[in-house]
Design a protein around this ligand. Sequence first.
Ligand code: F6P
Length: 324
Amino acid sequence: INRIGVFTSGGDAPGMNAAIRSVVRTALYENKKVTGIYHGYQGMIDGEFIDMTSRSVSSIINKGGTVLKSARCLDFKTKEGRAKAYGNIKREGIDALVAIGGDGTFTGAQILSQEYDIPVMCIPGTIDNDLYGSDYTLGYDTANNTVIDAIDKIRDTAASHNRVFFVEVMGRDSGCIALQAGVGGGAEAILLPEKETAIVELIDLLEHAEERNKSSMIVIIAEGDKNGGVYNVAKHVKEKFEHFDIKVSILGHLQRGGAPSSFDRVLATRMGYTAVRELLKGNSGATVGIRGIDMITTPLDEALNNREFKLNEELLEIAKVMSF
Ligand code: F6P
């Protein structure tokens, strides 16, 4: 391997820049060259390449988003798209890839490496924390801190007006943020895509909270919750408790931005370093990850077939006890 291509793809996540920096500096340290690929797979197809030096990743460890930009690319799902991408990569002299992103990114990397026999290593970067092969994905910790900060602020106004707030947090398929931030933010109830919390159950919970003289309440709902969306849940609750002063707050994309936390910066740096070292050792078609305190790698086949939703059942139980 002489030249490694690095790119970010799919939804951005805090810590991606720290990972890019780490990939670049580790590769240069090992006397390899690095090409940055803009806009993920789309940039591969469109030929958006840039030679990376140590200076091109200066002062980005603390920045949210991704300096290499990101995209969701439909063309790459076609054989023709991938052929064009591989032609461009070859012309650039790129002979290995580090892909930073979520499950879509992993899938693209796996197909490309199988079709064209190019070594790839993936780094899990998504705030959703829904990838197998790593206890934590890049951006998850930062997003949780952002959500907790928002819940704290909502609590101030909820308490002042005796209101019931329904706060929607990100997680199309995963309730990790909802659970973690719900417990950390002291929510009265948490609705997750992984758990069918019937609205009757929620009403029951709120009824008990009211009996215990709670004057304001916060309910956290993951965007992937199966009860028809935050407004629908709020409507049903309002029908039951007409006297509740209900407000809905959708946190949306602000959860994806901001400076990465200390945890995400260090994790990203370790992951970038490990990805390059593993490639140079001959490992390929795998993702790096953290298990406990150790860096590990997992074959992409295994990671993609076990796409895991790491719902912590104990934490779920604790959340229920804490709302008592
Ligand atoms: O980054 C993951 C995620 O935040 C999901 O939870 C969410 O549904 C999705 O991205 C939305 O991303 P976009 O608006 O970029 O399609």
